[in-house]
Design a protein around this ligand. Structure first.
Ligand SMILES: CC(C)(COP(=O)(O)OP(=O)(O)OC[C@H]1O[C@@H](n2cnc3c(N)ncnc32)[C@H](O)[C@@H]1O)[C@@H](O)C(=O)NCCC(=O)NCCS
Ligand SMILES: Nc1ncnc2c1ncn2[C@@H]1O[C@H](COP(=O)(O)OP(=O)(O)OP(=O)(O)O)[C@@H](O)[C@H]1O
Length: 197
């Protein structure tokens, strides 16, 4: 079974592209979603997060206080590095279990979706990488429309914490252009045929 990574900066359209692969029956590991899951459900990681970010890390019902962590992590590079160093290895372990399960079910390939595939080192667990590309202005407009609580400056600050699109494109094995100029479905079908062979 091939393990394919799919990355791209905030608002590039990774999740939309992954939904198309899912429709074709391909299992997709959503790193953002699973990261939040392990942060709450992995007892060791919970304790480490509490020690690093204080009691406000979780609310009264035990759920992650995302506003608190975002505030700390996106304003201070040292805090972000600390958060990544705790969360990314736990996500790597969770992915290894999940993908072993998919392999046992006989899938030809699976996808791992992550904004930070290169930055987190997750690419080392993968056979090939797809980068989803969209120009900066398009990504910003999409995120402001999707997340009304964010400002244009918030989006730029997050973009500043991620590897540049140029570098991601250079390093990737495959490129999907989601720039409102190229049709998505034919690009997805072409890759699906290639990976399924
Ligand atoms: C900081 C947290 C709590 C913010 O949660 P919130 O729901 O407000 O935002 P969301 O998860 O949608 O993130 C917003 C965008 O920021 C970017 N982003 C998320 N985490 C990071 C990070 N560690 N470094 C750089 N960019 C990041 C992503 O492009 C994402 O789309 C959350 O992102 C988190 O727990 N991040 C740590 C886990 C992680 O590294 N996830 C990324 C892929 S594994
Ligand atoms: N080709 C497209 N046409 C119109 N809207 C799109 C297109 N691609 C993505 N979008 C919209 O743009 C927004 C961002 O897309 P998506 O959530 O897939 O990005 P992402 O790369 O997963 O972002 P993040 O890193 O924040 O998770 C969504 O609201 C999505 O519906």
């Amino acid at each position: 079974m091939r393990r394919i990574g799919i990355t791209g900066g905030i608002g590039s359209g990774k999740s939309v592209v992954c939904r198309l692969f899912q429709v074709l029956g391909v299992p997709v590991y959503d790193s953002d979603f699973r990261a939040k899951w392990v942060m709450v459900n992995d007892a060791q990681l919970r304790d480490e997060l509490l020690a690093a970010f204080g009691p406000e890390t979780f609310d009264d019902t035990g759920q992650l206080n995302r506003a608190h962590i975002s505030r700390l992590a996106f304003s201070d590079p040292a805090q972000l590095a600390r958060l990544n160093a705790l969360v990314h290895p736990a996500v790597g372990r969770d992915f290894a279990l999940w993908s072993a399960d998919c392999a046992a079910q006989g899938h030809a390939y699976i996808l791992k979706e992550a904004a930070l595939l290169y930055e987190s080192g997750a690419y080392r667990q993968l056979d090939q990488i797809i980068t989803v590309f969209a120009p900066l202005e398009v990504r910003q407009a999409r995120v402001l429309h999707r997340d009304p609580h964010r400002t244009a400056d918030d989006v730029l600050a997050i973009i500043g914490k991620q590897m540049s699109e140029e570098e991601k494109m250079q390093r990737a094995d495959h490129l999907i252009r989601n720039d409102d100029q190229h049709l998505l479905i034919p690009q997805v079908l072409r890759l699906h045929e290639q990976f399924g062979r």
